[in-house]
Write a protein of this length. Structure first.
Lengths: 213, 213
């Protein structure tokens, strides 16, 4: 165990003063041995959000808030963080008693929490810049936000969303959402298993009709 | 305007080096004059979350993550922040062109973003401790989380939620959600205008039947 931790410290480029912290960050609650990453994950999630957000705010001094929100989402979403965990080969270092390897995003956040507690803000920032902000990625586009800002700007109104239909049994519903611009003929439609995604697809279609995407 | 800003600086106990920042923080997008609080709100939201979370983490060294999450939610939710804005009489200082006074929570976040940019982390922390963390409040209880942890502990399983019915027109639906514990007879029901709140009410009822709340 001791050896293994030292290997991980080499991988992440940070040596812990309090070794208990990194042990805690790598322990899944399923181990049921009195320690778990959950508190550190709570902390790391907040520190990660703030550091990424502050960095993007500075890097894009004239970008609108919606762009910053979408770009931040691209860096802190579960999938991207899980991938970051895979790149660090975290599965070799974590402890769990679940049948499958648990998702690695929570461990990444817990490691950030542990580095912050042990070494402070600057060291947590160092980890995040090295392993998370090191790739240039595209914003996760929130088509509804984009559509809203364009409709506000060009038509001085707001797009209106309606659920056009709901099909299927309660646990497997398909929603069709229609979006329109009041007083205009433009309409977009989208369908998905939940209203949010259906609305997003509808907004995307309408943006296409408006010649935006 | 100049005079007014000086009054606000007295109220919040912070004097800005860059006066443009506080002006930006107090300008609602409806003014349509090229500045708006939106970017500062993005920043302030993250700084607020991190500072409150870190503080609660330290103050409650043995509390589970779910307690920290719920207590943080009590301090950073829209309603509480709007109330904070009312206490500071922010409506006297903001600029907007909406017919009603806009909700004040976004301005509070933008002010935090502005203080952070102008004076750094410590000064933002000072504002938050003085006006937001100054009251002892109860966690916003997430009954679904509480139920889950109890059902895991006592029954080694997870509660199961089902939408029992949906009534009313699409824009005014009432959802009835049922929650049960697999293999047991305990059932809770709740209804609300959205699935989340209906599930929360169902969990609360089941917790009552289990003798918890």
């Amino acid at each position: 165990m001791q050896k293994n931790m030292e290997k991980l410290e080499l991988v992440i480029g940070y040596r812990f003063k309090k070794k208990k912290l990194i042990e805690e960050a790598l322990t899944h609650p399923s181990c049921d041995n009195g320690i778990s990453y959950e508190r550190l994950e709570f902390l790391g999630d907040l520190v990660l959000d703030a550091i990424v957000g502050i960095q993007l705010f500075k890097e894009h001094p004239s970008a609108p808030e919606s762009f910053l929100t979408d770009l931040k989402a691209a860096y802190v979403n579960r999938k991207y963080l899980h991938k970051t965990g895979e790149n660090l080969k975290l599965h070799k270092f974590i402890q769990h008693r679940t049948s499958e390897v648990p998702s690695l995003d929570n461990f990444i956040e817990a490691i950030i929490g542990a580095i912050y507690l042990d070494g402070g803000w600057k060291r947590a920032e160092g980890f995040i810049k090295k392993f998370i902000l090191n790739k240039k990625i595209e914003p996760i586009q929130n088509y509804k936000n984009i559509l809203s800002s364009i409709v506000r700007r060009d038509f001085k109104t707001e797009p209106v969303y309606e659920i056009e239909s709901e099909k299927g049994p309660p646990h497997k519903k398909i929603y069709v959402v229609k979006v329109r611009i009041p007083g205009k003929r433009y309409v977009g439609r989208g369908s998905a298993g939940n209203k949010k995604d259906a609305g997003m697809a509808a907004a995307k279609e309408l943006l296409k009709k408006l010649g935006i995407t």
